[in-house]
Design a protein around this ligand. Sequence first.
Ligand code: NI
Length: 156
Amino acid sequence: MAIRRIRTEGEEILRMKCKPVKDVSDSIRSLIGDMFETMYASNGVGLAAPQIGILRRLAVIDDTLGNKLAIINPVITSREGEQLATEGCLSLPGYQGEVKRAEKIHVDALDENGAPLSIDAEGFFAVVLQHEIDHLDGILYKDKAESYVKQEAAQQ
Ligand code: NI
């Protein structure tokens, strides 16, 4: 495994739409390993492939509440309710913002073995999923944020 360079705002790839993963191969599994390592090295709770320069519909998540998974070709198939969450992003270092998200979602995806994943998520897990899936369409949380501010030095 290897730590990859995280792309930050201003790098064009963060604004591009990712293509589906066609074949969940060993190279995709290797990429997933690198993505987890890169995410943990930066204390993130999620990382999407374009954040390390790969234009594929793939993300890894560990919300620290027991939801650790890779999602491949994810699609949000239902949304319910609303929540206002504080978000940050490894591609927007030093900032945070308040974003309105659905409270509950359902996501269909593939896992790292190419098997179907059917995910019911709510609360923080649902926030992380929505944030990462947005990355796959070139959307950053600041685009949707009601506030977007520098983090206090104490929180960094
Ligand atoms: Ni992000």
